[in-house]
Design a binder for this molecule. Sequence first.
Ligand code: ADP
Length: 482
Amino acid sequence: MLTDPSLLLDRTLIGDRWIFAHEQASFTVTNPATGKPLGQVPDLDAGIAHQAIDAAAEAQTAWAALTAAARAQILHRWCELLRANAEDLAIILTAESGKPLAEARGEIAYGAAYIQWFAEEARRVYGETIAAPQPNQRLLVLKQPIGVTTAITPWNFPNAMIARKVAAALAAGCAMVVKPAEETPLSALAMALLAERAGLPAGLFSILTSTQAEAIGQAFCSHPRVRKLSFTGSTAVGRQLLRQGAERVLNLSMELGGNAPFIVFDDADLEAAVEGAMRSKYRHNGQTCVCANRLYVQDGIYDAFAERLAAQVAQLRPGNGFDEGVTLGPLISDRALAKVEAQLEDARNQGARVLSGGQRHALGGTFFEPTVLTEVTAAMRIAHEETFGPIAPLFRFHDEAEVIAQANDTEYGLAAYFYARDLSRVWRVAEALEYGMVGINTGLISTEVAPFGGIKQSGLGREGGRQGIEEYLETKYLCMGI
Ligand code: ADP
């Protein structure tokens, strides 16, 4: 099926060494749509993590000493290779994550866009000079690469979550050791192979395929050469890594969970709001941290919105991501399925009404029917927990102040969305929502040119935009007597 079968790897790159699955302990990667195995990859331990970090430290000094233009050139070449192999990369991504092929193609393009962006940003790292308080002083600020960095990434964007970290790190002059999610290491391995083909020096980008997440996390936090850890995943694991990192006052960036409100005011463009909700809620079967999690709809438009949304949801087609016309893949695991079912049962028991869907899909496995729930209230679990599945819970609200209070009533603060046309309201609501990102009259907000990230317990730091490279730079102040 692949044009270049060598992109499907059973080995991983640690420093300048390819380690094969058959050489030592390994684990199986499976297709969540079929349950069938896709291949074996090495199951590496903390000892190898240390080796990867040492190799990164060795390579990083020379990399940082290159000109920004020279680093950018390699990143551009890597980006070209990713684009040239986009179809194969999308196939690998669909096979291991279950997302429909069209979405996988979108993710490969999105990931490559980050690499292009940071290749461009490499050349725009600026320091400053400061007017000195004394006549015989000159004050300057330099920006320097942090050094050896590490990353732990999730399964829902097996390519893009790595791309936006490693591209920023490499552009800044850092090295990075990445532990991809154990569900989806194959996309990461293909990226590393293409980076090698693009001429990236060995050691700068190692991939630790492993099922020993906790031990790897500890190695990343404790090895003295590691200066930063960038994590994307659950808030619970993020908290644990923050605690571990505290020992060495490690620089940490965190992209954690969300509980995105999606608010539709009476004056919204109804068709546009339904379309935005479909995109925001059902992308990757609801399994993204910026997916709409709670849909608040104002009284005057509630019934019409619910009816139209249910009609659109009925058009969705769950299935194997490789099949023509499939718009929803499976859930990633049995655990994910159990969570969706538990939230749904709790909501039903407390009076929510199922307008469409509401049960496991006839396809079996971890497939679940896309679902719309009405008459959902703040007392239900679904109001407080991230769902990570294809359920759209519709809450009814009366006025603006009430809905803002409800939208903000969560420990999370990643993405929020609202639809309204009154200009004063648009400003008021945009400013009042306690979120790192707000989509206004749109359900899609992610782009490499803008800072992605959360506030409150959704995270620390930003990825993408001109802010993204700052995460991998130290500020050094020079005070010069003359
Ligand atoms: P999810 O529930 O979406 O899988 P996790 O936060 O559990 O979210 O996983 C995100 C990433 O964090 C994955 O690469 C996973 O292997 C890793 N991970 C899970 N537990 C730990 C841990 N205790 N320490 C370090 N990394 C972990």
